[in-house]
Design a protein around this ligand. Structure first.
Ligand code: CAA
Length: 256
């Protein structure tokens, strides 16, 4: 069985990390599987949005695979780490939803933060426990977490290694929505289908614009947003979306 399984629900691509016996810990095979599947869905015209989730009951992803990492040397990590590969998840243009069904720890929390929305089950737990292993987060945890939830909370999690529950994660700004465990996938699929139903150019530039806010100054970001906003007036979808509103009907986007 593949360590990353893929399926589709209409125009939504779903990826399930499937190593429940190791709480879906991420080894090189999982990285290859995730990157390959996300890029394939991104290139697939039929797909408008994606979901990443964890197989089994307990975990989204409990981090990088500690057993696979424990004997590695500095040189091995420096020369052969797949971190740059994993970063490719952040370069795709279609939105990705993390459907967090359980532990999202270390690299698992970091992969959730590489996604665009985080929908969490009431049972989800988030944390950056690397300090307990004698290391620090290595896939963006000190950087993306600090931007997501601020220095006070990020320091608390990174320095103490404690976990936060779904409620605290939502209050802190890491999680978009919390739902009962049994509705997690249904809610994530509904959200992904809603996104996939909008005009693709608008969805892609909306994602680009929000992500830009993490990277640049307010003035530059506002200019970037304004230029993208104007550019959408060159699309058929803008004409259709606004005409449909005025004519009191549902729009039929052509993705052009
Ligand atoms: N790597 C490898 N195996 C892992 C794992 C991980 N990150 N997390 C869990 N497992 C394995 C366990 O070793 C165990 O396997 P065995 O049955 O063969 O012993 C199995 O999954 C089930 O785990 P537990 O028995 O520990 O389950 P639990 O319910 O008692 O505890 C847990 C759950 C609190 C999540 C605990 O498993 C845990 O603390 N896991 C490690 C979390 C962690 O430290 N993550 C950070 C990794 S480092 C990292 O990610 C670096 C980075 O930034 C990239």
């Amino acid at each position: 069985m593949a360590v990353v399984e893929t399926r589709t629900e209409g125009d939504v691509g779903i990826l399930t990390v499937n190593r429940p016996e190791a709480l879906n810990a991420v080894n090189d095979e999982v990285i290859d599987g995730l990157v390959e599947a996300v890029e394939a869905f991104d290139a697939d015209e039929r797909i408008g949005a994606m979901i990443i989730t964890g197989g089994g009951e307990k975990a989204f992803i409990a981090g990088a695979d500690i057993k696979a990492m424990s004997e590695r040397s500095y040189m091995d990590m420096f020369m052969n780490s797949k971190m740059n590969e994993l970063t490719r998840l952040t370069r795709v243009r279609k939105p990705i939803i993390a459907a967090v069904n359980g532990f999202a720890l270390g690299g698992g929390c970091e992969i959730a933060m590489m996604c665009d929305l985080v929908i969490a089950s009431e049972k989800a737990k988030f944390g950056q426990p690397e300090i307990r292993l004698g290391v620090i987060p290595g896939w963006g945890g000190t950087q993306r977490l600090t931007r997501a939830i601020g220095k006070a909370k990020a320091m608390d999690l990174v320095l103490t290694g404690r976990m936060m529950d779904a409620q605290e994660a939502e209050r802190s700004g890491l999680v978009s929505r919390i739902v009962p465990p049994e509705s997690l996938m249904e809610t994530a699929i509904e959200a992904a289908q809603a996104i996939a139903g909008f005009g693709r150019p608008a969805v892609m530039v909306a994602k680009e614009a929000v992500n830009r806010a993490q990277e640049t100054t307010l003035a530059e970001g506002l200019l970037f947003e304004q230029r993208l906003f104007y550019s959408l007036f060159a699309t058929e979808d803008q004409k259709e979306g606004m005409a449909a509103f005025i004519e009191k009907r549902q729009p039929s986007f052509k993705n052009k």
